[in-house]
Design a protein around this ligand. Sequence first.
Ligand code: ZN
Length: 346
Amino acid sequence: MAAIKLFPATVAGSLPKPSWLAEPEKLWAGWRMSGAELVQAKQDAALIWLKEQEDAGIDIVSDGEQFRIHFVHGFLEHIDGIDWNKKTKMGIRDNRYEADVPTVTGPVRRTRPIHVDDVRYTRAHTKRKLKFTLPGPMTICDTIADGHYGRRADMAMAFAKVLNEEARELDALGVDVIQFDEPAFNVFMNDVKEWGIAALEAAAEGLSCATAVHICYGYGIEANIKWKETLGSEWRQYEEIFPAINNSRIGQVSLECQGSKVPISLIRLLDKKTILVGAIDVADQSIETPEKVAAILAEAQKYADAERIQACTNCGMAPLPRHVAVGKLQALGAGVELARATHGKN
Ligand code: ZN
C-alpha cells in the first residue's frame, strides 16, 4: 500500500480570471463576452487553472471559481425570492464596507441547479481530488438585505436549505470536498455560536464528501486593511468560535497563517478537525519561497498532528496578477514537497 501523502496541497478557492475573460486584478469585474461564447470561455479558463494546479503539485484542485463573478452573488443569481432591482444600502461585515445589496422579498428557493454544469465539466477534466466552494449561509445573510424573514437566523436557515440542495447534487457528481466560505464568522462571534454553525451544518447535511469551512479576515483591499489595523497586534477572535467549530459536524477548517496576526497556536482548539493551514499570503504579491511554506507547516505541527494538516492558501487569489498566482501555486507545491522530505528528520 502506498504511504499516505502528508500535507495534501490545496487552494482556498478563487484564482485570477484570464485577462480575455474579465478585467484582471479586480473584484466584481464584468465578463468580456456573453452567451455561448462566455460559457466556452469560462470552461477554457477553468482548464488552464486545472493544468496550472496539477503542474504545481496541488493535490486537491479547484475550478478557481472561473464560472462566477463573485463568490456570494454568483450563487444567488438563480435563487427565487431575491429582488435584484431593489437595492438596499447596507454596512456589511459589521459596517466594514458599505454596499448596495439586493433584497430578499419572499421565500428563497432554488429554481434550477446552479453550479452543476460547471462541476460536471471540471470533474471530467481532472483525475485529482476536486474541491468546490459555496458561500456559507451566514456570509450570504451579511451580503443581502432582509425584507422578508425578519430574523437573520431564519433567513440563514432558509439559505442553508437551498445550499444543501445544491451541495447534494455536486456531491453526487464526484466532488471530493465541498467548502463553505464564511468570512462573516470572525465578525459576529455570538451569532456564530447561536445560529451560524447550526446553519452551516444544515447546509452540509447528508453529504458523503468531505466538508470544509473557510474563515477569513478578507482580501488585502483598502477597507480591510483599515479594519485590520483596529484589531490589535494579535488577532484572537477565533479563540471564541473555535471550540464551537471543533464540536460541529464540519470536517475541515481553512484559515490564514502565513504573514498573519492570528496566533497559529489557536489551532490547538481544533483537535477534532483537519486544518487547512494558509501557507500563502494573498495580501502580498511577493512569491513565498518553498522554505517559507515548509516553515509554517512545521510551526503548525507544534499544535496539530501532521496527519490533520493540509497546505493551503490564506484566502482566494482572484485579485492577484495571474503570474503571481501561478508563482504562489508553484511555491505551495514545492513547499509541501520540502515539508514531506524533511518531516521527522528535524
Ligand atoms: Zn478568504
